[in-house]
Design a protein around this ligand. Structure first.
Ligand code: M6R
Length: 606
């Protein structure tokens, strides 16, 4: 949540800051602001997106040092006053902050007692005042920040400007910050892809790091005052196209990118002759694989849904008990960790705070965690140190689409790899590989001819609620369809395994209630059809996602068929019409498809 961008160098900072914010906007878009130093520091900030900020910026803002912020509100409402940057009382210090200061109430009260007039309701503002107070002791920016952060409890990615010093001090604890090292210029960003236009040379700050930047130098230290051993690294340069191009929205672009994203994900990772997966980054020997007692997969939102499918596939193919769990619940339940068990952290951003906490809980109790991650070099990728990159390329719409597909693809390859070392025959492995290789082409075929999506939109767009039902491997797909429609079209949605419908949700049905069924041509299809009949008998309108050439095309009021595919791979096809229904419903309702209200792409607070 929240995006930070900073610049110090020979160029005018303001245009670079605004462009940096534009690239980071998906991280939060309640308000935006910039601060530029030209002798004094001037601040411009406003509720709304970067576009709104542009409307209040003067034609020219002079200054070659600056910091910027796009906010997802935690403490205090969405107001201009609460927007970052925040200045200290005498204006000597200006900060932007991402994270939560847990003892903010105490810090704010003690500042008020000292006579400081706070200008906002935020936790962050307190830090600006305390840094200014500490600066008055020795006029040393780095030490002032260090002493201040030692008084704070919580999480931070923070950048600090000083009117009397040509330097930016930044620090990280729980909220990502990356320094981009250019030629006689430095950049700071909350995530790497706002840096790629400027430099490939980066330093990922670690928790507890403090960095003092000038245009030509970076001095790294730690909160305790010692030297930091954080190193510089080089960004991947084939991360993928981050611009919108001819598409009206990122979400649609990313839906259409799924065939190529899957091609990247499987490229070089399938052993066709041996009928197995070849995921080197997992660093698992056949001896270790043979001894795994169980598998746990952790994730939030879409990543949890993908993890759920992964768990079903691992259990099916490798005959190892496997279960997906929601990261945000995990550590609070004091889980028992078996060091021989395999744990996966599934995440697009690699920055989700809940998943990071779950990983730390496992590591603390002696377990290992493998990442299934999109963003290369992200916190979770580095924390796990081993795992699989899903190679979706940049995903910028808040509603995740292509990352879901690639998580499922990566976990399928893993299930295949373990399955081959423990259970399934080479022939079965080769069959699944054939199926996987066909997926990109089948997706393209479906995207060419999508079926009656608009008819489905007509049924759901004015509904009080929408029920999504599927069985077996389609139950998590139902969950994913419900999440998509709910988060971007704001329609209450429920998802259930189809067999559970008669144990409660059926009470919701009345004449015309839309129910979306996901019923590929697998061994549970006939059971799902029974649930369809039960819903129809109560007046529900059925939207049926099914496979071409099966025998159930008459069962729905609206039937959307996807190409026939290997049974275990059906989620990769059936999820796409659900993504399209969500997208077109949100459009029909006039919602902001890419930036749904109250949400942010990367949820870096617990
Ligand atoms: O970056 P992550 O995959 O860890 O994010 C997890 C969820 O926050 C994310 O999937 C969220 O549910 C999406 N907005 C769903 O579309």
């Amino acid at each position: 949540m929240c995006g930070i961008f900073g610049y110090i160098g020979p160029h005018q900072a303001a245009p670079l800051l605004v462009e940096g914010l534009r690239r980071l906007e998906y991280r939060g878009y309640d308000s935006t602001g910039i601060a530029v130093k030209n002798g004094a520091v001037t601040i411009h900030k406003k509720v709304g997106k970067v576009q709104e900020l542009r409307t209040i910026l003067p034609a020219s803002i002079k200054g070659q040092i600056g910091i910027a912020h796009t906010r997802w509100a935690t403490h205090g409402g969405v107001t201009d006053e609460n927007a970052h940057p925040h200045a200290s009382s005498e204006g000597k210090v200006v900060i932007v902050h991402n994270g939560i200061i847990e003892n903010a109430r105490l810090l704010r009260t003690s500042l008020e007692v000292q006579g400081v007039e706070l200008q906002s309701e935020t936790d962050s503002e307190a830090l600006a005042h305390i840094i200014e107070r500490e600066l008055s002791i020795d006029n040393n920016p780095e030490e002032a920040v260090r002493r201040t952060l030692r008084q704070a409890r919580g999480t931070w990615g923070i950048c600090v400007l000083f009117t009397d010093h040509d330097t930016i001090v930044c620090a990280r604890n729980g909220s990502p910050l990356i320094i981009g090292q250019g030629v006689e210029e430095m950049f700071i960003s909350s995530d790497p892809h706002a840096l790629t236009a400027h430099t490939q040379q980066v330093i990922y700050l670690e928790d507890g790091d403090i960095a003092t930047l000038t245009a030509t130098s970076v001095k790294l230290s730690t909160l305790t005052g010692g030297a930091s051993d954080t190193k510089s690294s080089v960004l991947e340069n084939n991360w993928g196209e981050a611009e919108l191009g001819d598409f009206p929205h990122y979400m649609l672009k990313e839906i259409y990118e799924q065939p190529d994203a899957i091609r990247h994900c499987i490229s070089g990772r399938l052993d066709r002759a041996g009928g197995s997966g070849r995921l080197g980054g997992l660093k698992l020997t056949p001896a270790t694989l043979a001894k795994i007692p169980h598998v746990r997969l952790l994730g939030c939102g879409t990543s949890y849904n993908a993890a759920d499918i992964g768990g079903l596939l691992i259990e099916k193919l490798a005959r190892i008990p496997a279960v997906a769990q929601i990261s945000s619940e995990f550590r609070h339940n004091d889980p028992v960790i078996n060091p021989s068990a395999l744990h996966f952290a599934v995440t697009q951003s690699g920055e989700t705070a809940d998943t990071i906490s779950a990983i730390k809980e496992i590591q603390l109790k002696g377990g290992n965690v493998h990442g299934v991650v999109n963003v290369v070099g992200s916190t979770i990728a580095r924390l796990c140190g081993r795992g699989v990159y899903i190679h979706s390329g940049p995903e910028q719409a808040v509603a995740s689409t292509k990352a879901f597909s690639n998580m499922v693809t990566a976990l399928t390859m893993f299930a295949l790899q373990v399955g081959r070392s423990r259970n399934i025959t080479k022939e079965k492995g080769i069959e699944l590989i054939h199926g996987l290789q066909q997926i990109p082409h089948l997706l393209e075929e479906y995207l060419e001819s999508q079926g009656p999506i608009q008819e489905a939109v007509e049924l759901v767009k004015d509904a009080k609620s929408v029920l999504f039902l599927g069985r077996g491997i389609s139950a998590p797909v139902a969950q994913e369809g419900a999440l998509k429609l709910m988060e971007i079209a704001y329609i209450p949605c429920l998802a259930y395994p189809a067999g559970e419908m008669k144990h409660g949700p059926i009470a919701l049905l009345e004449e015309g209630s839309p129910v979306i069924f996901i019923a590929p041509n697998d061994h549970v299809k006939t059971k799902t059809v029974s649930a369809i009949h039960e819903c129809r008998a109560r007046g529900a309108k059925i939207i049926l996602i099914h496979e071409e050439g099966d025998d159930i095309a008459q069962e729905g009021d609206v039937c959307i068929s996807v190409p026939k595919v290997h049974n275990l791979l059906s989620p990769l096809l059936t999820v796409v019409p659900l993504q399209l229904i969500a997208y077109h419903t949100a459009l029909a309702l006039g919602c902001d498809v890419d930036r749904p209200r109250n949400l942010a792409k990367s949820v870096t607070v617990e």
